[in-house]
Design a protein around this ligand. Structure first.
Ligand code: CA
Ligand code: CA
Length: 285
């Protein structure tokens, strides 16, 4: 029968120790009588042996937990060396606003938002937009549009404007720069088409610029990053038009702390067992 191995730790080994532990407990707790002398009865030597086994299981579980902890996802920022203090910021974001210092990334700068612990689910949340430009956020790995701040505008990128609080969860395969970018479409008015003294309006054209996390940032676009915690960062776009207030598109990017792994339960259980055993030994002495 194949053994169950998780993260290089033999789970059968841990489980065997649990079974052993409980069999030991049940017999040890009973009053001493000839009827329980036998397989389950623990002698002083057996008790020592049990302690060794419990410690062995605890150490194995701790090592396993350590491995899992090292793989927990987190977000961090490689700074470009430039920061900016927000002013004219008009989005309602708890903990971030005018006076906040954010990391700044512009045309030609390096650095950006880094993911550790991939593969993992990354949650993107739309926090709003204050601008006249048509801005979007795109997840680069799959090329999927995450959010946009505009409804269909003629034939240009048909779609529906996102609502504040919308979220998208993307499984990102590898660590490094979180694969997302902003783009900003600036409308360029077209002159009317005139013939025979009659003029018809001409649809506008657009120029689209992009700002990629950890990569190229075009034109006058800028990304600002604000670290909320080790698992959450707010990414702001300045779309290059008007004032530099960094509220032209805002995302919260976050990863989830891992659930309590079974190894913690084993480890905790083993420690409790060890304490119980010591107490029983003291009472028996
Ligand atoms: Ca503003
Ligand atoms: Ca703005």
């Amino acid at each position: 029968m194949p053994r169950i191995v998780f993260n290089g730790t033999d789970l059968d080994f841990l489980f065997d120790h649990w079974i052993w532990l409980f069999r030991g407990f049940s017999s040890y707790a009973k009053p001493k009588s000839p009827s329980v002398i036998g397989e389950g009865r623990i002698s002083r030597m057996g008790c020592k042996e049990m302690k060794k086994k419990i410690i062995g299981a605890a150490v194995a579980a701790a090592a396993m937990f350590g491995t899992i902890s090292a793989q927990a996802a987190s977000l961090s920022i490689i700074p470009s060396g430039a920061t900016v203090v927000l002013s004219g910021f008009d989005l309602a974001i708890s903990g971030l606003g005018n006076g906040s210092t954010v990391q700044l990334f512009t045309n030609g700068s390096s650095g950006g938002l880094i993911l550790s612990g991939a593969p993992t689910d990354v949650t993107f949340e739309y926090l709003g937009s204050e601008t006249g430009a048509l801005n979007r956020a795109v997840e680069n790995e799959n090329g999927d549009e995450l959010f946009r701040n505009y409804d269909p505008d003629g034939a240009f990128l048909p779609g529906t404007a996102s609502s504040i609080g919308d979220t998208a969860v993307v499984n990102i395969a590898s660590g490094g720069y979180v694969p997302f970018k902003f783009d900003a479409a600036h409308q360029i008015p077209s002159p009317p088409v005139c013939a025979l003294g009659l003029c018809l309006p001409n649809p506008p054209t657009y120029v689209v610029e992009t700002a990629t996390n950890g990569g190229d940032i075009e034109g006058l676009l800028a990304i600002a990053l604000f670290q909320e915690s080790s698992t959450s960062v707010i990414a702001l776009l300045n779309d290059g038009t008007g004032i530099y207030d960094y509220d032209d598109f805002a995302l919260r990017i976050s990863v989830t702390a891992i659930p309590l792994p079974p190894a913690v339960l084993l480890f905790g259980g083993a420690l409790i067992g060890l304490g119980w055993l010591t107490r029983r030994r003291k009472l028996a002495a």
